[in-house]
Ligand binder design. Structure first.
Ligand SMILES: *[C@@H]1O[C@H](CO)[C@@H](O)[C@H](O)[C@H]1NC(C)=O
Ligand SMILES: *[C@@H]1O[C@H](CO)[C@@H](O)[C@H](O)[C@H]1NC(C)=O
Ligand SMILES: *[C@@H]1O[C@H](CO)[C@@H](O)[C@H](O)[C@H]1NC(C)=O
Ligand SMILES: *[C@@H]1O[C@H](CO)[C@@H](O)[C@H](O)[C@H]1NC(C)=O
Ligand SMILES: *[C@@H]1O[C@H](CO)[C@@H](O)[C@H](O)[C@H]1NC(C)=O
Ligand SMILES: *[C@@H]1O[C@H](CO)[C@@H](O)[C@H](O)[C@H]1NC(C)=O
Ligand SMILES: *[C@@H]1O[C@H](CO)[C@@H](O)[C@H](O)[C@H]1NC(C)=O
Ligand SMILES: *[C@@H]1O[C@H](CO)[C@@H](O)[C@H](O)[C@H]1NC(C)=O
Ligand SMILES: *[C@@H]1O[C@H](CO)[C@@H](O)[C@H](O)[C@H]1NC(C)=O
Ligand SMILES: *[C@@H]1O[C@H](CO)[C@@H](O)[C@H](O)[C@H]1NC(C)=O
Ligand SMILES: *[C@@H]1O[C@H](CO)[C@@H](O)[C@H](O)[C@H]1NC(C)=O
Ligand SMILES: CC(=O)N[C@H]1CO[C@H](CO)[C@@H](O)[C@@H]1O
Length: 639
C-alpha cells in the first residue's frame, strides 16, 4: 500500500466522510473561469509535474546578457499604461509649482527618458506580509481615499516591477495569483484567515472544506503524487502546499495554479499591472551556510534563473522539471509542465519557515494529525532539510566552465533572505532593467525588538562591491553601517540613498528606504507568531499604510512631493531638467548625506508616534523554536 493511500485511510477511518480526494488536479469551478482574467489552474496534473508534448521550438536555457524577448515586448506594452498611471498619480501628488503632467507629456515620445519605478517588499514572515500589505495598499489607486492629497495611491499602478522575498513573496503571490486583487479585498475576503494557524489549516466551510486531518492528508496526497512521478520532494513541497491554502483563494489551496500562468492572463499581457518577481537564494554544492556570495535567483512570470556569473542563464518557467542538458532539451527527452506550482514558488522563497512544520509536535493538534504528519515526513526524500529541491537541475551542464552547479543533477534553492539581502533588490539593480527608483519596504527583524536597522541594504551594498565577482558589474548606492542607521535615525523614517548619481560608479537607482516603524500599532511582531486575529492583522496593515505615507503626510506635509522628486530625479538628469526647488529641499531632508556615526547605540525601542495604541506589545522575544536548527533560528530572528 502506498503511504499516500495509507494516510488517506487513517484520515478516513478517524473522520468518515471528511476527506474527499479531488478526482484529478483540476477544479471544475476554476476551469469554468479559465477565460476570465486571473492566474490559471493550468498545470496538466494538479501538483504533479507531467509530460506534455513540446512546442515546435523546443524550450532552451538562454544567456542572462539581455532581458528575455518576453519581458522586452511586455515592457513596450506596459509603458503606455504606467505613463497614464503616472499622470494620474501626479494629478494629486504635487511637486511644488512644477507641472509634472506637462513634463511627462513633453517626453512621452521617448519612453526611456521617463521614470522607471520598482517596489521591493522584504521578508519577515507574517510581519513582512502585513507591513508590506499596508505599503502596497497605500500605493494602490484602488484603495479608498488613497488618491487624495497627502496619500500615495497610484504609485503601484505607475510601477514597472514589484518584487517580493519570503514573507514578501506571500504578499506578491496573494495579489497576483488572486487576479491582482486589492489588499482591502484580501482583508475582507475569506483568504487571509490568519487567525487559523497555517499548521492547523483553513477554517471549515466556505471554499476550503477541510479539517486539520484532511488538510494534512490533502498536503500529503499532492506531495506523494509528485514523488511517485519520480520527482525529488522536500519539506518545502508540504510548506508550499500549506501556503497555497492560506494565500490563494481557490479550492484545494490552488492545487493546479502555476506561477507561469501569470504570463498567460490577458490583464498581465495587456500591461495593466506591474511585473511580479520572487527572489530565492542558491545553496552552493557541499555548503550548508548560505553566504553573501551565494547565487540569487528570480522567478518572473516567464522564467527562472539568475544574472549572477555563477549561472548567468534563464530557463522557461513553464518547462521547469524538464531534463535540460547543456541548456537544451535532448531529443529523447520530453517536455514537463506543472513543476512551477505557485505555492511551491513562494514556499521556495521562504524555506526557513519549514522549521515551523517540524514544530508541529509542540502544537495542540490531536495526535492522529501529528501521526499523519510524521508519515509525510518519513516519506519525503529530504524530510528535515531546509531546501527546495529543483531536480532535475535546469542548468545541468550549462556554462560548464564557470558554473559551480553545472555538474549537479539537483539544484538546492533556499529562502531569499538567507544571504541577509532580505529586501529583493537584486533583480531591480540589474543594469538591463534600468530602474530609476526602488521603494524598498523593510520589515526585517534586525534589532532585539524586531525592527529593521539597515542590515539588508548593507548586505546588498557589500555584495555590489565585489563587482568583478558575484556582483557582476551591478552598482548600488553607498550604505552606512547599522550603527549609523540607528544613531542617525535612518531606520525611523524614510531615507533616500544614491541621490547624487555623480557619486556612483555607474548607473544605479535611488533607493527610497521605508523601514517598518510604529505609528498607530506595534508592528514588530515576532517572526515566530503564526496566527493573528483579524483586528491585529488590520492594525498592522494600517500601520504599514502610515509607514509608507508618513501618517498620510501628517509627519511631513511635503512627503508626497518628496516621493515625486525621488521618482523624477533620474529622469530629470536624462532630460537635463533643472531640479525644482522643492526637490532640493526634499533631498536635503531625506537623502543620506554621507555622515557616519558608528559608535554602538543603546537599545532601539521606539514607541508609537501617533496617539497611544493598545494593539500590541513592543518587546516580543523569540522563544518558540528552541529545538529548531541553530542556523535557521539565528536567521529567522533576523528576517
Ligand atoms: C479579475 O479582475 C478583473 C478586474 O477587476 C475583473 O474584471 C475580472 O472579472 C476578474 N477575473 C476573475 C476570474 O475574478
Ligand atoms: C515568450 O517568448 C517566446 C519567444 O518569443 C514565445 O514563444 C512564448 O510564447 C512567450 N511566452 C509567453 C508566455 O508569452
Ligand atoms: C474616506 O474619506 C471620507 C471623507 O473624509 C471618510 O468619511 C471615509 O471614512 C474615508 N474612508 C476610509 C476608508 O478611510
Ligand atoms: C536520453 O539519452 C541520454 C543519453 O543517452 C540518457 O542518459 C537518458 O536517460 C535518455 N532519456 C530518456 C528519457 O530515455
Ligand atoms: C514528533 O513526535 C513523534 C511522536 O512522539 C516523533 O516520532 C517524531 O520524531 C517527532 N517529530 C519531530 C519532528 O520532532
Ligand atoms: C543590526 O542588526 C544585526 C542583525 O541583523 C545585529 O547583529 C546588529 O547588532 C544590529 N545593530 C544594531 C545597531 O541594531
Ligand atoms: C566572496 O568572493 C570574494 C571573491 O570573489 C571573496 O573575496 C570573498 O571572501 C567571498 N566572501 C565570502 C563571504 O565567501
Ligand atoms: C491615514 O489614512 C487612512 C486611510 O485613509 C486612515 O484609515 C488613517 O486613519 C489615516 N491615519 C492618519 C494618521 O491620519
Ligand atoms: C514644504 O517645502 C517648502 C519648500 O521647501 C517649504 O516652504 C514648506 O514650508 C514645506 N512645508 C511643510 C509643511 O513642511
Ligand atoms: C548631514 O546629515 C546630518 C544628519 O544626518 C546633519 O547633522 C549634517 O548637518 C548634514 N550635513 C550637511 C553638509 O548637510
Ligand atoms: C559618495 O561615494 C563615496 C565613495 O564611494 C562614499 O564613501 C560616500 O559615502 C558617498 N556619499 C554618499 C552621500 O552616498
Ligand atoms: C558587467 C559584467 O561583469 N558582466 C559579466 C557577468 O557575468 C557574465 C558571465 O560570467 C559575463 O559574461 C559578463 O561579462
Amino acid at each position: 500500500m502506498k503511504v499516500s493511500a495509507l494516510i488517506g485511510s487513517i484520515a478516513l477511518g478517524l473522520l468518515p466522510g471528511t476527506f474527499a480526494a479531488p478526482p484529478n488536479g483540476f477544479d471544475t469551478d476554476d476551469l469554468a473561469l479559465e477565460v476570465a482574467r486571473r492566474a490559471l489552474p493550468n498545470a496538466p496534473d494538479g501538483y504533479t509535474p507531467a509530460n506534455v508534448s513540446c512546442p515546435a521550438s523546443r524550450p532552451t536555457v538562454r544567456s542572462a546578457a539581455h532581458l528575455s524577448p518576453n519581458e522586452t515586448s511586455w515592457l513596450d506594452t506596459r509603458r503606455s499604461k504606467s505613463l497614464a498611471a503616472m499622470k494620474d498619480f501626479f494629478g494629486h501628488v504635487k511637486v511644488g509649482d512644477f507641472d509634472v503632467t506637462s513634463y511627462l507629456n513633453q517626453h512621452s515620445s521617448n519612453s526611456s527618458s521617463l521614470p522607471n519605478i520598482a517596489i521591493a517588499v522584504s521578508g519577515g514572515g507574517y510581519r513582512a506580509l502585513m507591513n508590506g500589505a499596508g505599503a502596497i495598499k497605500a500605493f494602490d489607486s484602488r484603495t479608498e481615499n488613497a488618491t487624495t492629497s497627502g496619500h500615495l495611491g497610484g504609485l503601484l499602478q505607475s510601477s514597472t516591477y514589484v518584487a517580493g522575498l519570503s514573507g514578501g513573496s506571500w504578499l506578491v503571490g496573494s495579489i497576483y495569483i488572486n487576479n491582482f486583487t486589492t489588499i482591502d479585498a484580501l482583508q475582507r475576503g475569506s483568504t487571509w484567515q490568519f487567525s487559523n494557524s497555517i499548521l492547523e489549516g483553513p477554517p471549515t466551510g466556505g471554499i476550503q472544506i477541510l479539517k486539520s486531518a484532511s488538510y494534512y492528508t490533502d498536503l500529503a496526497e499532492a506531495v506523494n503524487g509528485k514523488q511517485d512521478a519520480g520527482f525529488d520532494t522536500s519539506i518545502t513541497d508540504i510548506w508550499g502546499r500549506a501556503l497555497g491554502y492560506q494565500m490563494f483563494n481557490a479550492s484545494n489551496g490552488g492545487l493546479a495554479y502555476t506561477w507561469s500562468s501569470i504570463a498567460e492572463t490577458s490583464a498581465f499581457n495587456d500591461g495593466n499591472y506591474p511585473m511580479p518577481l520572487v527572489v530565492a537564494d542558491g545553496r552552493n554544492p557541499g555548503q550548508l551556510i548560505v553566504g553573501s556570495n551565494s547565487t540569487v535567483y528570480e522567478f518572473n512570470p516567464w522564467e527562472f534563473g539568475t544574472f549572477d556569473p555563477t549561472i548567468y542563464g534563464f530557463v522557461p518557467l513553464e518547462y521547469l522539471g524538464s531534463r535540460f542538458v547543456g541548456g537544451s532539451l535532448p531529443s529523447n527527452e520530453t517536455c514537463v509542465r506543472g513543476f512551477d506550482n505557485a505555492g511551491f514558488i513562494i514556499g521556495t522563497s521562504s524555506t526557513l519557515f519549514n522549521q515551523f512544520l517540524l514544530q508541529l509536535n509542540t502544537t495542540s493538534l490531536p495526535s492522529f494529525v501529528k501521526n499523519i504528519f510524521a508519515h509525510i515526513l518519513y516519506k519525503l526524500d529530504k524530510s528535515d532539510d531546509d531546501i527546495a529541491a529543483y531536480d532535475p537541475n535546469p542548468f545541468y551542464h550549462y556554462n560548464n566552465h564557470s558554473s559551480p552547479y553545472a555538474q549537479q543533477t539537483e539544484l538546492d534553492v533556499v529562502d531569499g533572505g538567507e544571504d541577509l539581502q532580505n529586501i529583493p533588490l537584486h533583480p531591480l539593480i540589474q543594469p538591463e532593467r534600468a530602474v530609476d527608483v526602488i521603494f524598498a519596504i523593510d520589515s526585517s527583524a534586525d534589532t532585539t525588538y524586531s525592527w529593521p536597522n539597515g542590515t539588508s541594504l548593507v548586505a546588498t551594498y557589500e555584495r555590489s562591491l565585489n563587482s568583478s565577482g558575484i556582483g557582476n558589474g551591478t552598482v548600488f548606492p553607498s550604505i552606512p553601517d547599522q550603527n549609523t542607521f540607528v544613531n542617525l535615525g535612518l531606520n525611523t523614517r524614510p531615507t533616500f540613498f544614491g541621490c547624487d548619481s555623480s557619486n556612483l560608479t555607474g548607473p544605479a537607482p535611488i533607493v527610497v528606504y521605508i523601514p517598518n516603524y510604529p505609528y498607530s500599532a506595534y508592528s514588530n511582531v515576532s517572526t515566530f507568531t503564526l496566527s493573528y486575529k483579524d483586528s491585529q492583522r488590520d492594525d498592522i496593515i494600517l500601520n504599514g499604510y502610515e509607514v509608507a505615507t508618513m501618517a498620510n503626510s501628517t509627519r511631513d506635509g511635503n512627503w508626497t512631493a518628496c516621493v515625486g522628486c525621488a521618482i523624477l530625479s533620474r529622469s530629470f538628469e536624462r532630460t537635463k531638467t533643472t531640479l525644482p526647488d522643492i526637490c532640493t529641499q526634499c533631498f536635503t531632508n531625506y537623502c543620506w548625506n554621507g555622515t557616519v556615526n558608528s559608535t554602538a547605540p543603546g537599545a532601539f525601542e521606539p514607541v508609537t508616534l501617533l496617539a497611544d495604541s493598545d494593539s500590541g506589545a513592543s518587546a516580543i522575544v523569540p522563544t518558540v523554536l528552541s529545538t529548531a536548527a541553530a542556523v535557521s533560528v539565528a536567521l529567522l530572528t533576523m528576517i
